[in-house]
Design a protein around this ligand. Sequence first.
Ligand SMILES: NC(=O)c1ccc[n+]([C@@H]2O[C@H](COP(=O)([O-])OP(=O)(O)OC[C@H]3O[C@@H](n4cnc5c(N)ncnc54)[C@H](O)[C@@H]3O)[C@@H](O)[C@H]2O)c1
Length: 386
Amino acid sequence: MAEQVNVALIGYKFMGRSHSNAYRQVAHFFPDLGAVPVMNTLCGRDRQAVEQAAGQLGWQQVATDWKDVVRRPDIDLVDIVTPGDSHAAIAIAAAEAGKHVFCEKPLANTVAEAERMLEAVQKAGVRNMVAFNYRRVPAIAYARQLIDEGRIGRIYHFRARYLQDWIMDPNFPLVWRLDKNAAGSGPMGDLGAHIIDLARYLVGDFDEVTGMAETFIKERPLAESSDAGLGASGGAKKGQVTVEDAAAFVTRFTNGAMGTFEVSRFAGGNRNANTFEINGSKGSIRFNLERLNELEFLDLTQPSTEQGFRDLMITDGAHPYMAAWWPAGHIIGWEHTFTHEVRDLMAAIAGKVPVHPDFLDGLRVQQVLDAVERAASSRRWERVAR
Ligand SMILES: NC(=O)c1ccc[n+]([C@@H]2O[C@H](COP(=O)([O-])OP(=O)(O)OC[C@H]3O[C@@H](n4cnc5c(N)ncnc54)[C@H](O)[C@@H]3O)[C@@H](O)[C@H]2O)c1
């Protein structure tokens, strides 16, 4: 009989919905898991709103104070889907109470917070995972497999862009993502954290960075509430935008590869364009989230007369995670990446083994973000702490 893992989810909006969907689906598609999640408690500050969300998303009960929830003896796993300014307090309290901790990205708003979070989970000996969900796109997991098998050879370049366009209207209000106190940073921590994690997953550790950041619209209407998100509206009063709107940076990886990165919320026409290309001595890879069931692969060991990128359809049962879903060619979507995360987290809980990306991986990303922020301000190369 599979171990029952009682989950408390703190937060219930965008990521609250995607994590809830994963908990609902995982055991139906991955039936041989040694541990299965039980959607025990949904926690939010507004009782009426959290009760409505719990009904819609399928949670057994609600709570309004995370401090009580993380200490409850019947809770096994605390899942944090709140803005970055509350991650450290919730994760540390949960670890101190002996709970496994799953935390949305970026792990924290500062390196110091991430260090304290890592210390807490290591001291408690609990499973810990950061929700860098793109590692669990089957095409990206397969890219990693090709790299591990030596099919790309020595990696020379990693070139990534993560572009959105949802705040181009100067009247879009000052939501929490545009407030440094709540979000830690702008698209660097939000979008950049994802592609930094992918770079570490596919290429390796960062040595040094230099870059720039820009805030195009410096004042915006205040949001109607501190919880406002996409689609929010604002009033007549204005406030300061305290994060960057866009950033770009370059890196030298410790293995000698070069990396270039660009993130923006002002890239008109790019709704959620997460793309990367890798060039190595034996081959190249291209990925585009908008076509996430595909991976472009160039095999330089083939005769020169047959060179060119091939478009691989990553829906075969032999591709990572795909045996659980549909016959080949029957595609999956963005939400499946969260189901794959929960699958791997449940396997780690059942097997009492580590799962990645863990809080150490989260700290490493935070250290890169910190170095980029320092470089954008000093206009020099900055070393990435490790
Ligand atoms: N993995 C991904 O692809 C992805 C995508 C979007 C967001 N995120 C991350 O998920 C986290 C949440 O983002 P979101 O888009 O879901 O935000 P959101 O604004 O949609 O939801 C935030 C939730 O947190 C609750 N909340 C805020 N402060 C709280 C507090 N102090 N105590 C309890 N609840 C609180 C809000 O009521 C709301 O339910 C962030 O860390 C963000 O970076 C990850």
